[in-house]
Design a binder for this molecule. Structure first.
Ligand SMILES: NC(=O)C1=CN([C@@H]2O[C@H](COP(=O)(O)OP(=O)(O)OC[C@H]3O[C@@H](n4cnc5c(N)ncnc54)[C@H](OP(=O)(O)O)[C@@H]3O)[C@@H](O)[C@H]2O)C=CC1
Ligand SMILES: CC(C)(CO)C(=O)C(=O)O
Length: 323
């Protein structure tokens, strides 16, 4: 049996979707998952590496020609023990942005040197903390990505694919991801591309999230409500600050194009409630520090301020406190 060589860290909505897509493409994938009782999976010997197997359910997006309503697919995924990571050549990190450091740091020393890391989350920031640790190790490499696929977690191990969307991936630092794994990912994930410069793509996705997420959470509205003229000024203000800060970071962005992209997403996802709206509604931690907070952090690094984004951060945090 071929060993599991690709692992997903963060078996949530996106982690289960990427896992399913890789498995459907014939890849050997496992989860480095938390134990059901909270601690990370631990086993004693390598012989037990795949002794746990997790049953899952996946409802695809498109119905097959023979059947109008997509039927859930049941399948199993091996759980890779955290002391048996030797065969891994790629770890795809699919935790929330604020969980990346805590989830990945304890594993880094246990992963083989040639194991590549791919971060796939909304918001920005964790890559700046992870990069120096990657650069210290020969052969280790870091890639970054962003996906606009939609997926709903219906139960712990049950997901439903809810939306198509572009997935962009690219190299960030260290050794480049081996061609075999790059092809595996691009074959597995529909509408995915490997870009030469991933950081500008992440800033572009950040602009969409920085405008839509906090406003929908604060005004308790679906994304489509932001098309009203009342929001024009604040959306322009968020974007002006972001474009100014990105330029200081060496990333020139096309403001009119980004403005159009934000309004396109507002229109295309008009009926959806943003992830931040849902996080606030369910009293979960939000990704505000890695979205609008990242703009403020980078502004500060350049001796600048981003007052509109800073105020949104404060307002979202206040919501969490008063909820
Ligand atoms: N859902 C969506 O449609 C989309 C989400 N995104 C982005 O993708 C990222 C992931 O989102 P999503 O999948 O929805 O989030 P989820 O909360 O569903 O998934 C995160 C998973 O990571 C697990 N996790 C957290 N910390 C650790 C750890 N230390 N060790 C192991 N596992 C850990 C969580 O476990 P536990 O459940 O036990 O806490 C959870 O299963 C976010 O940045 C999000 O904004 C992007 C596009 C679409
Ligand atoms: C694109 C958008 C705003 C869709 O709701 C999103 O990514 C999110 O909700 O986090």
């Amino acid at each position: 049996m071929r060993a599991v060589d690709i692992a997903i860290l963060g078996a949530g909505a996106v982690g289960q979707l990427i896992c399913r897509q890789l498995i459907a493409a014939g890849e050997h994938v496992g989860f480095i998952a938390r134990h059901p009782h909270g601690s990370v999976s631990q086993q004693n010997s390598q012989a037990q590496q795949y002794s746990q197997s997790q049953p899952l359910s996946f409802t695809p997006l498109v119905a097959s020609e023979a059947n109008n309503s997509p039927q859930p697919i049941d399948y199993c995924v091996p759980i890779v023990a955290t002391n048996a990571l030797d065969h891994l050549r790629l770890v795809v990190v699919c935790v929330k942005a604020y969980q990346v450091i805590d989830a990945l740091l304890p594993l880094l020393n246990q992963l083989p040197r040639q194991c590549h890391i791919l971060l796939l989350h909304n918001g920005m920031g964790p890559h700046l903390a992870i990069a120096p640790l990657i650069e210290k190790v020969d052969n280790r490499g870091l890639s970054l990505g962003t996906t606009s696929q939609g997926v709903l977690r219906q139960a712990r191990w049950q997901i439903k694919h809810t939306g198509k969307g572009l997935t962009q991936l690219g190299h960030f630092t260290g050794t480049e991801l081996a061609e075999h794994y790059r092809n595996a990912i691009l074959t597995a994930i529909p509408n995915s591309e490997w870009v030469n410069a991933i950081v500008p793509c992440l800033w572009q996705k950040l602009a969409v999230n920085a405008a839509i997420n906090p406003l929908t959470a604060l005004h308790q509205c679906p994304n489509g409500a932001l098309a009203k003229a009342d929001f024009n000024e604040i959306i322009k203000g968020i974007l002006d600050e972001l474009v100014m800060v990105a330029a200081q970071d060496g990333v020139p962005l096309d403001k009119p194009l980004l403005h159009d992209r934000i309004y396109q997403v507002i229109q295309l996802t008009a009926a959806n409630f943003s992830s931040m709206h849902q996080d606030v509604a369910h009293q979960r931690q939000t990704e505000i520090d890695q979205i609008n907070g990242y703009i403020c952090e980078r502004a500060q690094a350049h001796g600048l301020t981003a007052p509109i984004n800073a105020k949104l951060c404060e307002q979202i945090k206040l919501l969490a406190v008063t909820a």
